[in-house]
Unconditional design. Structure first.
Length: 196
């Protein structure tokens, strides 16, 4: 169902922000009809085009799992600079090595740690033009605080339009989506590396 009115992305949410709660984010959504074209796909295609044209390639993050194989994620610093900076520094500090995928649903997988002394990130979702398509990677957060992401991130296994402009997206799986779909709860990350 389409609302009879529209507001600028994030206007309603910004007006009604509340403080963080102690529970972790619960992502709830419903499927809407699939569009013929997605902004996420065009962003990934633009990155591939830049590489073919000899331009600088976007950075990539390679997740090596203990049992399943590799997942390659193209990072989007132009859409979420603070988030990409945080993830990159965590990866370089081997923060994710040995952590499990603690949340595995039919529509998403998630990893990271709820225990973190890191400052919470300011949400970068309100101005994003990219959308939650299969393979998109975003930051988990507390349900009632847009500025509460720290280390946890998720990978969409299917399109989630109700999450658009609700969670900061910072990349997309470009290789290994079949691995994402095979991940079981408790499967561990062996290592993650950043490839410039």
């Amino acid at each position: 169902m389409v609302p009879a009115f529209s507001m600028p992305p994030g206007a309603f949410r910004r007006a009604f922000r509340r403080g963080a709660s102690s529970s972790l984010v619960v992502l709830v959504c419903a499927l809407l009809p699939v569009s013929a074209f997605s902004q996420a796909d065009s962003t990934a295609a633009a990155g591939a085009g830049a590489r073919e044209a000899g331009g600088s390639a976007p950075p990539r993050m390679v997740i090596t799992t203990e049992k399943r194989g590799n997942i390659v994620i193209e990072l989007y610093p132009e859409h979420a600079p603070k988030t990409v900076e945080r993830i990159t520094s965590l990866v370089r500090a081997a923060f994710y090595d040995g952590l499990p995928f603690h949340r595995v649903e039919t529509y998403v997988i998630q990893t990271g740690s709820a225990e973190s002394d890191l400052p919470r990130l300011e949400g970068e979702m309100f101005s994003q033009k990219i959308t939650h398509e299969e393979g998109m990677v975003g930051m988990a957060r507390f349900p009632d605080d847009y500025d509460s992401a720290t280390t946890q991130f998720y990978i969409c296994k299917e399109r989630k339009p109700l999450w658009n402009n609700e969670y900061t997206l910072f990349g997309k799986v470009i290789e290994g989506m079949e691995i994402v779909n095979k991940i079981k709860k408790g499967d561990k990350i062996k290592s993650i590396t950043i490839v410039p």
